[in-house]
Write a new protein. Sequence first.
Length: 113
Amino acid sequence: MIKFPGAVRVYFCVEPTDMRRSFDALAGMVTNIVKQNPISGHLFVFRSRSGNSIKLLYWDGDGFAIWYKRLEKGTFSIPKISDDGAIDPRDLSMMLEGVDFVNIRKRKRYKIG
């Protein structure tokens, strides 16, 4: 499972994305669709229309970086997305591992705040 620093938020672009898009076009989608600042240091997730590809865009301090995964078989399941477009970083890790969020249940836990 991938671990992320506590301060990093993960935002999911709900609009299907053309996977030919690169740095500038994805950063534009972050600004116009996700309504976030692409150089904030947060992680932005884009899913292809067919659901078999994921791109992650992030600013690493001196430039953009893209991580890309294409499945040879199957599709990525979409986790629960909050009102501001964010997803839980743990959900991103599970999504990349192939967890089906339709058939998963989270048990209630005590939460401060």
